[in-house]
Design a protein around this ligand. Structure first.
Ligand code: SF4
Length: 268
C-alpha cells in the first residue's frame, strides 16, 4: 500500500544533492526531520552521509526514519545508525502481522518478517527508539487484537505503537480489491487491539482516523497525524465542533473515508 512508490528512474544523485541543500538551509530550531522513501536504507552509505550532515547542521533536531527495518538485521548497520545519529533518532517500522506468512505477503517479500523482527531486536539492543507502525488493511485487520498480544509479549521494548489508517493513493489504489477496507468495518478489532496494548502499559496511538469514526472513549489515542501539506477537511467538517482536534482526511486520497459526520456544538 506504499503511498509514494519508487519511480523507474535513477534520481538518487540529484535528490541526494537536493537533500543536502535542504539540510544546510533548514531552520536551526527544527524539532523533527523525517526521512522516508521508498526504503531509505537502500541508499547505504549515502543515508549515513545524510544523517551525518543532519547531525552537523542540526545537532538538536530529532530524526524520524521510516524503514521496513530489514537492513537493521545487520548489527553493523544498526550500530552505525546509533553512532552517527546519536540519541535523537527514532525508526518507524511497519509491522504487518504477527503471522509471518501474512507479514511477508503484505510486505511483498519472502523472509521480510524474519529480517524485520531481527532488525527490531538489533535496534533495541543499540538503544534506538522504535515506533511500530501497523497500517490497517483488509489482510491484517482480523488479527489486530492478537497482534497486540504478540507485541506485548515479544516486542515490549518498542517506544510506541501506531495504528494507521490507509491512504487511498499509490500502490493502495492498484491493489484496492485485495487490501482496501473502510475504517468503520475494522473499528471493533482496532479498539480491542488498542485496549490490550493500553492494558499492558504500552504507549499507543491512532493515526489518520477521523474522530467521527472512533468511539469517544478512544479519542484520547487519536493524533493529528496527517502532514500539513496533505491534510484536507471535507465540506461537512466546516460545521464540526471537533475540527480543531481532528486529523481530517488525506488530500492525496482519491476519496475520503465513508461515514464522516460532524459533531454538533453543545453535544460533546
Ligand atoms: S466531521 Fe470532519 S472534522 Fe469532524 S470529526 Fe469528522 S472528519 Fe473530523
Amino acid at each position: 500500500m506504499c503511498c509514494q512508490p519508487p519511480k523507474h528512474k535513477d534520481d538518487i544523485d540529484r535528490l541526494f544533492r537536493e537533500n543536502i541543500r535542504l539540510i544546510r538551509t533548514a531552520p536551526k530550531g527544527l524539532k523533527v526531520l523525517g526521512i522516508s522513501g521508498g526504503e531509505p536504507t537502500l541508499l547505504g552509505d549515502k543515508l549515513f552521509e545524510l544523517i551525518a550532515e543532519i547531525r552537523q547542521c542540526l545537532p538538536d533536531t530529532s530524526i524520524h526514519l521510516l524503514s521496513n527495518g530489514r537492513a537493521f538485521a545487520n548489527h553493523g548497520f544498526a550500530h552505525r545508525l546509533k553512532t552517527i545519529a546519536g540519541d535523537k533518532v527514532c525508526v518507524g517500522i511497519p509491522f504487518h502481522s504477527d503471522y509471518p506468512g501474512d507479514h511477508d505477503m503484505i510486505a511483498g517479500a519472502k523472509g521480510a518478517y524474519e529480517e524485520t523482527m531481527l532488525g527490531l531486536y538489533t535496534l533495541a539492543s543499540e538503544g534506538v527508539e522504535i515506533e511500530l507502525r501497523i497500517v490497517l488493511n483488509r489482510l491484517n485487520y482480523s488479527r489486530l487484537p492478537l497482534m497486540s498480544e504478540f507485541i506485548s509479549k515479544n516486542l515490549p521494548f518498542v517506544n510506541w505503537v501506531a495504528f494507521m489508517g490507509m491512504e487511498k493513493t499509490g500502490l493502495a489504489v492498484r491493489n484496492l480489491d485485495k487490501i482496501w477496507i473502510e475504517p468503520r468495518e475494522y473499528i471493533p478489532e482496532l479498539t480491542e487491539a488498542v485496549q490490550r496494548l493500553y492494558d499492558w502499559d504500552i504507549d499507543t496511538a491512532i493515526y489518520n482516523i477521523p474522530l467521527c469514526l472512533l468511539p469517544k472513549a478512544y479519542h484520547q489515542f487519536a493524533e493529528q497525524s496527517i502532514s500539513d501539506w496533505k491534510v484536507k477537511y471535507q465540506p461537512c467538517c466546516e460545521e464540526c465542533a471537533l475540527r480543531k482536534k481532528c486529523c481530517g482526511s488525506f488530500a492525496t486520497s482519491s476519496e475520503p473515508y465513508v461515514g464522516l459526520k460532524p459533531f454538533a456544538y453543545g453535544n460533546l
